[in-house]
Design a protein around this ligand. Structure first.
Ligand SMILES: [Mn+2]
Length: 261
């Protein structure tokens, strides 16, 4: 099977189109039958422009046959917040998970009941873990134990953000330690793909691949074609992955082109 694996889109509908049009045909908003299955690694809502969040949600809904969905913390948080709203009809800002989720998709869906129903339908088709013969996909980078246990950490492993550090250097040092800690275990041979982190680069260590979710500039996706793993952005093949952009110590881990049986 061939896969196109796409990290956190956060409502960037047009970016998704330019990424996947390199591999699949789209006619009247429908992805035509193709040799690729598309996997979205979660967090397709929030942050992006309102109109694009709506378009992206509708596009996913219309293409559920071609798109496999991993559950992200933004979908989970928004779903719970919306359900709370359905039950009480009053959005209680103190009771819901975090004020963060109320400033994005939630108010858009409350204003648009049809969109909310579409979102619920998509949500019912999302998985915390997608596993195939060769790959495992989770929203958040996580330890193999978390996958085995089916822990909710596969969706929302938390880590400090760049803005939590005074100096960028401190953040890089922290992330280097975090990366080594979380990727230490490579007992299984499948490639493990995840998104969720906002560190502005793709990271590979052992069998784990974390796709950059800082999609404000170029968004890098992974493409598995006939057992070859390649990386693409909107402009085409991304050859800079793992060469220039990794944190200092992570550069020690050299990326080899992966062949899967
Ligand atoms: Mn996330």
């Amino acid at each position: 099977m061939n896969y196109i694996i796409i990290p956190d889109l956060h409502g960037q509908y047009y970016k998704l189109l330019s990424l996947i049009k390199q591999f699949v045909k789209i006619e009247n908003g429908i992805i035509k039958e193709s040799k690729y299955k598309i996997i979205l690694l979660g967090d397709f809502i929030d942050k992006g422009p309102k109109e694009e969040q709506i378009k992206l949600t509708e596009f996913i809904y219309n293409n559920l046959k071609q798109i496999y969905l991993v559950l992200g913390n933004h979908e989970e948080g928004s779903f719970k917040t919306l359900k709370g709203f359905d039950e009480s009809n009053v959005l209680d800002f103190n009771k819901s998970l975090s004020p963060y989720y109320k400033n994005h998709f939630v108010p858009i869906a409350i204003d648009n009941p049809e969109l909310k129903e579409i979102f619920y339908e998509i949500y019912s088709k999302m998985f915390r873990i997608i596993e195939t013969e060769h790959i495992i996909c989770t929203h958040s980078p996580c330890l193999i134990e978390h996958i085995k246990e089916g822990s909710s950490l596969v969706t929302k492993y938390s880590y400090p953000r760049k803005k939590d550090f005074k100096k960028e250097e401190d953040f890089i040092n922290y992330m280097d330690k975090f990366i080594l800690e979380i990727t230490k275990d490579s007992e299984h041979s499948k490639l493990h793909f995840s998104g969720h982190l906002e560190i502005g680069q793709v990271i590979k260590n052992n069998n784990q691949i974390w796709l950059d979710t800082n999609s404000k500039v170029l968004l890098t996706i992974a493409v598995i074609n006939e057992g070859n793993l390649l990386f693409y952005n909107e402009k085409g093949l991304d050859l800079n992955v793992f060469k220039e952009n990794c944190p200092v110590k992570v550069k020690e881990f050299i990326f080899e082109k992966l062949k899967m049986g």
